[in-house]
Design a protein around this ligand. Structure first.
Ligand code: ADQ
Length: 775
C-alpha cells in the first residue's frame, strides 16, 4: 500500500511538473514576444517623431548641433542610446554607452540605409539587452544617413524570470493540493470500497455469511460492473453455502426433501447427454420499458420457479412467446438469448406472434374456448372456427421453432406446458420419434360429457396423445381424461396402468400435484416483514385482523362469491365491523376478453356496494388492490394476514393456497379453501368450503377468525410440513424421472438423427414398452 502511494505521489509530481514547465515555457515565450513587439512599436514611433528634427539638424551641416540634438532627444525619450550615421555607415555622433556602439551589429543600420526603411533587431552584451531601431534620414529628398535608437530591453527578460518564479510556486501549490485530494479520493473511493469487497470475500471464505446477501453495495457504485459481479458472486455463494448446509442438515436428519440443488444434481446425474426443451406460452424473462430504460423482468409464475432449476442444470432451451414490448430488441439473429441475463445458464428462444395470431390462438381458442370448457364455472365456452384455425397454426409455428432448436440434439427431452399447446406433442413426436415428450395440463380436465362441447375434441385428444406422458394435478383429472379418450377416440385405455394406447403408441397419464418453491429454508429478510398496520397505512386504513385474497382477476376464482361471504360475515357478526378488513389483491388478466371485462365491473361494483354499506373514515371492510404485485409484496400480504381465502369455483391446483402456507414461517394463519381446487385434496387442515354456499363460506371465515391459537398452529404446522415435502422441486423431479423411466424402443435403439417418424413403425408390433415408477 505504501509503495502504491509513493508511486502515485511520484507520478503526480512528475506529471504536474512536466505539464506546468511546458505550459509556463510557452506562456513566457508568448509574453516575451508580446513585450518585444510592444517595445519595437514604441521605439519605431519615437524614432519617427525624432526623424524630422534630426533631418533638419543634418541639413544644417553642423555636427556639433546634431550631437547636441542627439543628447537632448536621448534624455527626453529616456533611450539607452541615440546615434546618427552617415550614408557610408560611419558614426557621425552618438549619445549612450560607447561599448555598445562598438559591439552593435550593423545589420539593421545597413538595411535601413540600403532599403530606405525602418529596420530593427535585438542584441545583448554581458547583462545588457537592447533593441536597436535604425531609421533612414533624408536631406533634400536624398538619403543622408540613419538615426539609430537603442532601447533598454532588460525589463523583458526580468518579466520572464518573474513569470518562471510565479509558475514555480503555482506548480508547487498545485502539486500539494492534487496529491492531497488524490490521496483522500483513493482512501474514500478506492480503498474503502476495496476493503469492503475484501471483507465480504473474507466473510464468505470463513462462513460469516449472516446478512451478507442483504448488504448494500452502493458505495461500490463507482465500479458498477465490479460491484455487480461481486454482488452476484456473493449472492450465489451465500445461496450455495446455505443450500449445502441445508442439504447436509437434511441428510443428517435422514430426510429426502427436494431442493433446487437436489433437482439440479438429479438432472445432471440422470439425463446425461440428453438436452431438455421446454415449450410454454409464457416466457421466463421479459424485456419491457420502465420509464426510459429497458428492464428484464421475471413474471411471477410458479412454472418459472419449477422449470428454471431444470434448465439451468442441463443448459436446456426454453421456447416461448416473446410478449415483452422490448423483447425483439434483445435477441440475436436467431431470436435467442442466454438467460438469466446476469448469469447465463440456458437459452430462451422467443417466438413472435402477430396481433391476429394472439387474438385467435390465445384470447380466442385457448381462453374463450378451452379455459371455460375445462373449468366448470358456468361461463359458456365460445368456439369459433377461425380461432381453431389460428390455434392449429400457432401450435405448428411453436412446434417448428422447437424442432429447429432440437436439431443435432440426441434423445431430447421435451416438456410442453399447458392447454395452449395441446397439438404440439403429436407434431413434435411425428418429426422426432426419438424425443421423450411430456405435457403438463395446468387446468382441470372436465368429465367426458362436458368436454364433448368442443367441436374439435378428437383433434385435441390426438394431439395430446402424441406425448409419452401427460400430467394433471390430481387423479380425478387423469380419470376424466381417460374417459374422454374412451368416448371420443378409437383407442385403448388401461385404468390399472393409467395409459392410453392409440396406433401403437402408448401414453402414460399421471397425477403430479404442482406446488411452490418451499424447501424449509428461512426466507432472506433484511428487516422484519411489515405488519398489517404498516401495509394498510399506505391506504389510510386501520384494522385489527387482516384477511387476504390473491388472484388473477378471473371468473373461475370465485372473487364475487368471496366478497359476498365477507359481507355476510359482517351482517351476522357486526362485532367484526371496524376490526376486520379483507384485502383483495387482483392482478389484471386477459382484459381484452368480454367475460373478463364483465367480471372486473362486477367485482368493483360489489366492493363499492359493501364498502358504502359499512365503511368509516379510517376503516373499510374490503380493500381492492387491482395490480400485479412483486413476489415479495404478495409475500408481505400473506404474512400479515391471519386468514387467506381461496374460493375458486374450479381450479386445477391453486398455488395461492400453498404460497400462503409457505409464507407463514410463524406457523400461524388459517386457510379457507374451496373444495373445487386441486389443493383441497392435499391440504386437509384447511377449512374446506363450497364457494357456491355463501352462508357456509361466511361461517368458515368466522371459524377461522375465532379458531384457538393452538389449533391454528397445529393445522398450519401440518400443512407446512406437507407443502415442504411436496414442493415444486419434487413435482419437476417426479415428472422428469417418470419420463426418463419410459423405455421407448425408438429412442433406445435408433440413432436419433436417423430416426424414422413414428407412423413409419408397424402398427401391430408393440414399438413402445414402458415401466413407470409410482409417482
Ligand atoms: P392460475 O390460474 O394463474 O394458474 P394459481 O395457481 O392460483 O392460478 O397461481 C396464480 C399465481 O399468480 C400465484 O403464484 C400468485 O401468487 C400469482 N398472483 C396472483 N395474483 C397476483 C397479483 N395480484 N400480483 C402478483 N402475483 C399474483 C394455473 C391454474 C392453477 C394452477 C397453476 C399452476 O389455473 O390451477 O395451480 O396454473 O399449475
Amino acid at each position: 500500500m505504501k509503495f502504491f502511494r509513493m508511486r502515485l505521489i511520484l507520478a503526480l509530481v512528475l506529471g504536474i511538473t512536466l505539464v506546468s514547465v511546458a505550459s509556463t515555457y510557452l506562456e513566457v515565450l508568448a509574453h516575451e514576444h508580446a513585450l518585444r513587439q510592444e517595445l519595437q512599436r514604441r521605439t519605431a514611433w519615437q524614432s519617427k517623431s525624432m526623424q524630422a528634427t534630426m533631418e533638419k539638424s543634418l541639413a544644417a551641416g553642423q555636427v556639433a548641433g546634431t550631437a547636441a540634438e542627439v543628447v537632448q532627444l536621448r534624455a527626453q525619450n529616456e533611450a539607452l542610446g541615440l546615434a546618427v550615421y552617415d550614408l557610408q555607415g560611419n558614426l557621425v555622433t552618438a549619445a549612450g554607452p560607447a561599448e555598445i556602439y562598438a559591439a552593435l551589429p550593423r545589420g539593421p543600420l545597413n538595411k535601413a540605409i540600403q532599403q530606405g526603411a525602418n529596420s530593427s533587431g535585438f542584441g545583448h552584451q554581458d547583462d545588457q539587452q537592447w533593441l536597436e531601431v535604425a531609421t533612414p534620414l533624408h536631406v533634400d529628398g536624398r538619403m543622408a544617413g540613419a538615426l539609430v535608437i537603442l532601447e533598454d530591453a532588460n525589463s523583458i527578460r526580468a518579466e520572464g524570470v518573474v513569470a518562471w518564479w510565479q509558475s514555480f510556486w503555482h506548480t508547487a501549490a498545485l502539486i500539494l493540493l492534487i496529491v492531497c485530494v488524490t490521496l483522500l479520493m483513493v482512501r474514500w473511493f478506492l480503498m474503502r470500497p476495496m476493503m469492503r469487497v475484501v471483507d465480504r470475500l473474507r466473510r464468505l471464505r470463513t462462513g460469516e455469511t449472516d446478512g451478507l446477501a442483504d448488504e448494500s453495495m452502493a458505495d461500490l457504485s463507482l465500479f458498477t460492473p465490479l460491484a455487480r459481479e461481486v454482488k452476484l458472486m456473493t449472492d450465489s455463494l451465500v445461496k450455495a453455502r446455505s443450500a449445502a448446509e441445508n442439504e447436509a442438515k437434511l441428510r443428517d436428519a435422514g430426510e429426502h426433501r427436494w431442493t433446487a440443488e437436489r433437482l439440479a444434481a438429479n438432472i445432471r446425474d440422470h439425463f446425461g447427454a440428453s438436452r431438455i426443451f421446454v415449450l410454454s406460452n409464457r416466457e421466463p424473462y421479459m424485456h419491457v420499458l420502465k420509464g426510459k430504460e429497458t428492464v428484464c423482468t421475471v413474471p411471477p409464475s410458479g412454472l418459472v420457479t419449477a422449470i428454471e432449476p431444470v434448465l439451468r442444470a442441463c443448459d436446456g432451451v426454453w421456447v416461448a412467446h416473446g410478449s415483452g414490448s422490448e423483447d425483439k430488441h434483445n435477441v440475436d439473429e436467431f431470436d435467442r438469448l442466454r438467460v438469466p441475463p446476469d448469469d447465463p445458464r440456458y437459452t430462451l428462444r422467443r417466438v413472435w406472434l402477430s396481433k391476429e395470431e394472439e387474438a385467435g390462438y390465445y384470447d380466442g381458442f385457448a381462453n374463450e374456448g378451452l379455459w371455460p370448457l375445462c373449468h366448470t364455472a358456468h361461463t359458456r365456452p365460445i368456439f369459433r372456427a377461425s380461432d381453431w384455425e389460428w390455434y392449429q397454426r400457432v401450435n405448428q409455428k411453436f412446434a417448428a421453432a422447437l424442432l429447429k432448436e432440437m436439431e443435432g440434439s440426441a434423445k431430447p427431452i421435451v416438456f410442453v406446458q399447458d392447454y395452449h399447446f395441446a397439438l404440439a406433442p403429436q407434431l413434435i413426436k411425428a418429426a422426432r420419434p426419438d424425443a421423450r415428450v411430456a405435457i403438463f395440463w395446468h387446468i382441470p380436465w372436465p368429465n367426458a360429457e362436458a368436454f364433448g362441447i368442443c367441436p374439435w375434441q378428437a383433434k385435441l385428444l390426438e394431439g395430446l396423445l402424441g406425448a409419452d406422458l401427460i400430467g394433471f394435478h390430481i387423479p380425478l383429472h387423469c380419470n376424466n381424461f381417460l374417459s374422454t379418450v374412451d368416448r371420443v377416440l378409437d383407442a385403448r385405455t388401461d385404468r390399472e396402468h393409467m395409459t392410453a394406447r392409440r396406433d401403437g403408441h402408448i401414453t402414460a397419464v399421471r397425477p403430479y400435484p404442482i406446488s411452490v418453491a418451499f424447501d424449509g429454508s428461512k426466507p432472506e429478510r433484511k428487516t422484519p416483514p411489515p405488519t398489517h398496520d404498516e401495509l394498510l397505512k399506505e391506504f389510510g386504513l386501520r384494522c385489527e385482523t387482516l384477511i387476504v385474497g390473491v388472484d388473477r382477476m378471473d371468473y373461475t376464482k370465485g372473487i364475487v362469491e368471496r366478497l359476498m361471504a365477507v359481507e355476510k360475515l359482517f351482517e351476522e357478526h357486526p362485532f367484526y365491523l371496524e376490526r376486520v378488513t379483507m384485502a383483495q389483491i387482483a392482478a389484471p388478466s386477459r382484459s381484452r376478453i368480454p367475460s373478463y371485462i364483465e367480471l372486473n365491473r362486477k367485482v368493483k361494483e360489489t366492493v363499492e356496494r359493501i364498502n358504502q354499506r359499512y365503511q368509516t373514515a379510517s376503516w373499510k371492510p374490503i380493500l381492492l388492490i387491482e395490480r400485479q404485485c412483486s413476489h415479495a409484496e404478495v409475500d408481505h400480504w400473506y404474512r400479515a394476514s391471519a386468514v387467506c381465502l381461496v374460493t375458486s369455483l374450479h381450479d386445477g391446483m391453486n398455488l395461492v393456497a400453498k404460497e400462503f402456507i409457505a409464507a407463514h414461517d410463524d406457523d400461524d394463519g388459517v386457510l379457507v379453501l374451496s373444495k373445487f381446487t386441486g389443493a383441497a385434496t392435499e391440504l386437509l387442515d384447511a377449512l374446506i368450503i363450497n364457494p357456491y354456499d355463501i352462508e357456509g363460506m361466511a361461517t368458515a371465515i368466522y371459524q377461522a377468525l375465532e379458531m384457538a391459537p393452538d389449533e391454528r398452529r397445529k393445522r398450519m404446522r401440518r400443512m407446512r410440513q406437507y407443502v415442504m415435502d411436496h414442493n415444486i422441486y419434487r413435482w419437476a423431479a417426479s415428472i422428469l424421472d417418470d419420463l426418463r423411466e419410459l423405455r421407448i424402443k425408438n429412442s433406445d435403439t435408433t440413432d436419433p438423427t436417423q430416426a424414422e417418424p413414428a407412423s413409419a413403425a408397424p402398427a401391430e408390433e408393440p414399438d413402445t414398452e414402458r415401466e413407470l415408477k409410482t409417482p
